[in-house]
Write a protein that binds this ligand. Structure first.
Ligand code: THU
Length: 159
């Protein structure tokens, strides 16, 4: 028997240290939180996806009285991008969240189901995604879902 370690790599930075392009994407994700529909959790999440053609599409969490019928901001955004611009690889995705009072201090990590969808999006377009997790005090930049969802199940197992 032997132990194996899987390492992930992330970059920690502040808003001021972001590139101008990443700052725009984060601003769009923050702005999107205003359009969240979260009457149950009062946790408003926004996501912004940068497409290869330079377009940015945004989405928010959409809750439902039948709780599991709701969807996270990341999936709303990526499914919208895939539906409207199926030929466009998603180069980057920024995520921001407000807890009813203010944006979170710490980077907002996507849930497990969203990580799976992020990974499928990368595989679909054969392009790793830069994922920017916004927090007021700290931001994480994750280069590719291999650093977000190690030991993942993907389409290669079905071949
Ligand atoms: N939520 C997201 O939109 N993205 C995440 O990554 C985590 C959670 C939403 C789902 C639900 O509407 C609310 O936040 C509380 O879980």
């Amino acid at each position: 028997m032997k132990k194996k370690k899987i390492e992930i790599e992330i970059t920690s930075c502040t808003y001021g240290e972001l590139s101008a392009e990443d700052r725009i994407l984060v601003d769009k994700a923050k702005d999107a939180t205003k359009r969240s529909y979260a009457p149950y959790s009062h946790f408003s999440v926004g996501a912004a996806a940068l497409l290869e053609n330079g377009m940015i599409v945004t989405g928010t969490n959409q809750e439902n009285a039948a709780y599991p019928s709701g969807t996270c901001a990341e999936r709303t955004t990526l499914f919208y991008a895939g539906s409207q611009y199926p030929e466009q690889p998603v180069l980057a995705l920024a995520i921001a969240a407000q807890n009813g009072k203010d944006f979170l201090d710490t980077p907002i990590p996507p849930c497990g189901a969203c990580r799976q969808v992020l990974m499928e999006t990368e595989q679909r377009y054969h392009h790793p995604m830069r994922i920017i997790l916004y927090g007021k005090k700290e931001i994480f930049i994750v280069n590719g879902t291999k650093n977000l969802l190690p030991l993942s199940f993907g389409s290669s197992f079905l071949e």
